[in-house]
Write a protein that binds this ligand. Structure first.
Ligand SMILES: *[C@@H]1O[C@H](CO)[C@@H](O)[C@H](O)[C@H]1NC(C)=O
Ligand SMILES: *[C@@H]1O[C@H](CO)[C@@H](O)[C@H](O)[C@H]1NC(C)=O
Ligand SMILES: *[C@@H]1O[C@H](CO)[C@@H](O)[C@H](O)[C@H]1NC(C)=O
Length: 204
């Protein structure tokens, strides 16, 4: 574990740079303990000006299969493999409820003015847009692997778990990372062959 002074310096750096790579809580936007990555437990707080701060608290010995846990137990626990999802930015593109592309436990309520309210299942399960409830087993495909592929900007893909949703990959120049913007087809339409199609044109 780091001495407090170094933790403090790290905190200052994170706030100064304000890039989500140094400040994962900018992406998480939920107060409390959160695994920042496989080896670091952190704490997310909103400061007086309303911006998110990441406090890195604890490093796990991943070489001995101890990985960060923020479910039930906060800290480092022995795990066969790290289950901490790789996080990234989310911005609302339209009103509605959208799955978080990175973490199956999370979802986003987007207002018609595209204000995002991030939510997280508290029962340790994943969120299903089909049932609009926290019912996905954590060992389901949707929770175990990334549900999007972004290899170039402008790439479009369907959301396998719920064909009403799709994503468009964009390039965040600051971090030189591609990330998916989540979108939803119009009522009744589903995403097929790179487009939202009405029910009568669906392949059967
Ligand atoms: C994990 O996150 C912490 C805090 O953001 C960072 O200092 C550390 O380098 C990260 N570790 C890895 C392996 O990415
Ligand atoms: C992403 O691409 C890989 C390799 O082409 C493929 O195996 C995987 O199924 C794809 N995942 C999704 C969610 O489309
Ligand atoms: C993102 O955009 C920057 C600047 O236009 C470019 O240099 C970089 O190669 C792009 N990255 C990807 C992954 O497309």
């Amino acid at each position: 574990m780091w001495p407090p002074l170094q933790v403090f310096i790290l905190l200052l750096l994170g706030v100064a740079v304000q890039a989500s790579e140094q400040n994962p809580c900018l992406d998480v936007r939920t107060a409390g303990f959160v695994c920042l990555n496989c080896t670091t437990l952190g704490y997310c707080v909103k400061d007086a000006t309303g911006s998110w701060e990441t406090i890195s608290m604890l490093g796990c010995q991943s070489e001995h299969s101890f990985y960060c846990s923020d479910e039930g137990t906060y800290g480092c626990t022995w795990q066969a493999q790290c289950r901490v999802p790789k996080r990234g930015p989310f911005t609302c593109q339209q009103g509605g409820v959208f799955p978080d592309p990175y973490d199956c436990r999370r979802y986003h309520e987007c207002s018609d003015l595209q204000v995002d309210t991030p939510r997280q299942c508290t029962n340790g399960a994943g969120y299903s847009t089909l049932t609009e409830s926290c019912v996905l087993p954590r060992d389901s495909e949707q929770c175990l692997s990334a549900q999007f592929n972004c290899s170039r900007s402008g790439q479009v893909g369907g959301w396998n778990a719920d064909t009403r949703y799709f994503y468009v990959c964009v390039n965040e120049t600051a971090a030189n990372n591609l990330y998916p913007l989540m979108m939803k087809c119009r009522e009744g339409f589903v995403f097929e062959n790179n487009a939202c199609v009405p029910p009568e044109l669906r392949n059967v």
